[in-house]
Design a protein around this ligand. Sequence first.
Ligand code: NI
Length: 407
Amino acid sequence: MTQSGFEEVKFLAEEFKEEIIAWRKHIHMYPELSGKEYKTAEFIVERLKEFGIEEIYPAFGGTTSVVAYIRAENPSDGKAVGLRADIDALPIEEKNDVPYKSRVPGVMHACGHDAHTAMLLGAAKILNQLRDKLPRDVKLIFQSCEEYPPCSGARALVEAGVCDDLGVIFGMHVYPEIPSGTVGVKEGAMMAAADFFKVELIGKSAHASKPHMGVDPILMAAQAINSIHHIVSRKVNPLHPAVVTIGKIEGGYAPNQIPDEVKMEGTVRTFNEAVRDKIADWMERALKGIAEVYGGEYRFEYIHGYPPVINDKNATRYVREVVKKLLGEDRLIELTEPSMGGEDFAYYLKKVPGSYIRLGTRNEEKGLVYPLHSAHFDVDEDILPLGSALFASLALGYGKTPEGGNF
Ligand code: NI
């Protein structure tokens, strides 16, 4: 793609700026939880039709996702370029006092998926006007359920064959840790595998004054918490990053009673499958040992969440080149460390090369400094056209040769 091509994309993104921002505000006001994005999907389909995009597949793979194609007028042999935005919201009560505040009690776009949806819609509008310049078909993936691993939209779409005709895929996430308008890239490990676990420690109820008559699951839980936290510090190679957190504990009824049961739930984050398996294994061993020592029982469930997000080297190099040409080298940030957060974009990357990109949205002057999933999170709307321009440029510049990634 020539420099004038990039200028044209930027010009169109700027022209559609108010619209893109209005879409984002609308989606923000009417957030929907994972797997239930019916109105959001309808909104997406309506916009795509308005742009004149005809090949639309709502409810793709039996999910609430919307998949659509923008066909190149002069296609090459190369497979399609996939552009993905996630569309679901979170069960969080919004604390921002803004005119576009969530109208749905207890539900909020606190992870910026409203912005992702609006940016990809903007890119769709741009790309549909530039179909004569497209080197290959573009597949738009508006994916449901990223926030709730049991219903992962990415996993469902991949199983339904969404990657079969893709040569490459790009995903973008707004990121309040880097300045507004910058783009963060990283080759290789980008995000952790995010697993969950449930523990039940079963004792025997007794009066608090007669502990010898019962089996105290609260004491078992205390030992379990201790032992589980020792796995990362004593069983995992210190050069392999891992986190274990117990985020929920429940047990007991009264100050003078030893209860019959304590339940705990938590999460494990890793970048390496062997470490992942090792942690699950050692947790079970610890629980088994504790149950035996105290004369109680245990139940343990380890729920495998999203795999680690591993960015392809060449696809990421390509993103770098596009960012430099579209925005300038000073807007490119090399992320040195992966994030321990999970993301189901990992499933696409297991099938097809691609890159998951961070779009900076931190703006201290506007007070936009809150982390993702905060009830105060908000995006800097001025960057939305930039996100659209970047998505569009990634598709336009990908090149005609089957290997792609060249200009
Ligand atoms: Ni997110």
